[in-house]
Ligand binder design. Structure first.
Ligand SMILES: [Zn+2]
Ligand SMILES: [Zn+2]
Length: 82
């Protein structure tokens, strides 16, 4: 998915422009800005780019999947009449 990657330009206190890559975390949908020195983290299970905190968690729970799980849970609860 190429649209997950974008490009941002930040300006520091001296008015100097810095170019940085930005991407959307495939797990929590957060925008992550990286400079050239810090490597991007990728999930080994879904191969999406993910943020450092999701990377640290070490499990693959994409945002969309979490919504599905919550929905399925609500559905089964309703069908049981609870
Ligand atoms: Zn994340
Ligand atoms: Zn993943």
């Amino acid at each position: 998915m190429s649209r997950a990657r974008s490009y941002v330009v930040t300006t520091d206190a001296n008015g100097k422009k810095h170019e940085a890559n930005a991407y959307t975390c495939g797990h929590c949908n957060r925008i992550v800005v990286t400079d050239r020195t810090s490597p991007m983290s990728g999930c080994r299970m879904c191969t999406k780019l993910i943020c450092p905190s999701c990377d640290q968690r070490g499990s693959c729970t994409p945002f969309e999947r979490r919504m599905e799980i919550a929905e399925a849970r609500a559905r089964s609860r309703r069908s049981m009449g609870v």
